[in-house]
Design a protein around this ligand. Sequence first.
Ligand code: NA7
Length: 536
Amino acid sequence: SESAVTGQVDVVVVGAGIAGVYAVHRFREQGLTVRAFETASGVGGVWYWNRYPGARCDVESVDYSYSFSPELEQEWDWSEKYATQPEILAYVNHVADRFDLRRDIRFDTRVTSATLDEGTLRWTVRTDRGDVVSARFVVVAAGPLSNANTPAFDGLDTFAGDVVHTARWPHEGVDFTGKRVGVIGTGSSGIQSIPHIAEQAEQLFVFQRSANYSVPAGNAPLDDATRAEQKAGYAERRRLSWESGGGSPHRAYPKPTLETSEDERRAAYEERWKLGGVLYSKTFPDQLTDPAANDTAREFWEEKVRSVIDDPATAELLIPNDHAIGAKRIVTDSGYYETYNRDNVELVNLKVAPIVGMDESGITTTAAHYDLDVIVLATGFDAMTGSLSKLEIVGREGRTLGEKWAAGPETYLGLGVDGFPNFFNLTGPGSPSVLANMVLHSELHVDWVADAIAHLDARGAAAIEATPDAVSAWVDECRTRAESSLLNTANSWYLGANIPGRPRVFMPFLGGFSTYREIIAEVAESGYKGFDIHAH
Ligand code: NA7
């Protein structure tokens, strides 16, 4: 309908999720002209697409909120301790409206390429709707978990029923009433949706390749008094979050695991269990580095989980035996394990009998055929680099980012890549984003890039570009930090291990959120060491 956008802006932002929405606001406040492009028809990113029943954030709502506006903090009311997808989506929409951001966002539009002109150091950005925009800066906020992964199952397209992916859930919802349903995948998306699907479906088969560790969310409605208390204490809560390892105000127990008595240790685990969810993996400071410490957390978890599953054989299958607890992101659930006590739910173990393929009537494994009406793919994402790899980013000497990253992503601070001046990738590889509160992390990245642009503008400089030495030193630093962590030992999407053919490289920075924040702040304060500043 609208004609193609042409012309010049200071910054093109790719994506209008949590990071992109804030980027539009922040850059504009700085007097820059901004054009954002978003594939979806609305803002929200992850929270726009992942509309499966039970989708909920595993960071407390009070923390999973923008901090840039104290007024916004005070006026928004979260209804639950852990917010659901619809509520977070409503929140991001509210932010877009309150700060009048939509006028600079072009929806239903996918950026297809960004090409550097080495003469002018400007980027030409093209979209699938014919837009051609020249920009000084390209800021990619496409998200580390946005490119849905559909495994190449034989015959999937011959299945006569419905196939839905959790990360592309139909807006009108899916009615499972009276249906025979197969869910493939038991990561966060599977584990959160399975209890809801089980309540509706006539029969549910859960196809599990790897068991996962899940901890009850411990969700609760927020009452007025709690909300008032949270709002009154917001500044301090934020201070603690910025200084923490994960971007929320919680701290690990102040002693290594094995220096506690058994009673003390159990009490600490019990307290984290009540807090709910993902923070259980950081009860003690050494839990993700010392296997013996990790074992105590696993044993406590196992005891809890076995106690709610009626059938011991099913329990056995639901207990992971291939990775340390927390080495893959712990899932936060509501009634997941109890779901297997229902008569209409059956766990199918793909470790013993893998999927052979689909046909018109359902799924065949090496052991049996399952007649189904609906197949739910909860098979995750081509994470960290998947969405970026869909855009053609052409830097110096016509070299693409895809070619440069063929053996794994290489960045300086997660923000800069040599050969790609004025190009910034937010919340991606080389940063702790996926291990931290993504909202604060997004603000951290956007603010850093905005400050870097201000630094250039104050000097009348044209461009900032990471040096090759700085990139290789950061790659080494990330590798070294990963080596001492149990996170490096599981077949997770942190390593691209869920996508066949991907090089196995631990992609996030593992030094913690506050350490990372200090490092990138120090680089800025030093006048951007490790970056070349080009005068023109
Ligand atoms: P995840 O955590 O990557 O989970 C995907 C699940 O799908 C996982 O259980 C996989 O088993 C399974 N899977 C993937 N491919 C296949 C094939 N080919 N056959 C059978 N099973 C398969 O994605 P989610 O969407 O649940 O969550 C992603 C993140 O979003 C999560 O960590 C939170 O941070 C939010 P596998 O474990 O690979 O054996």
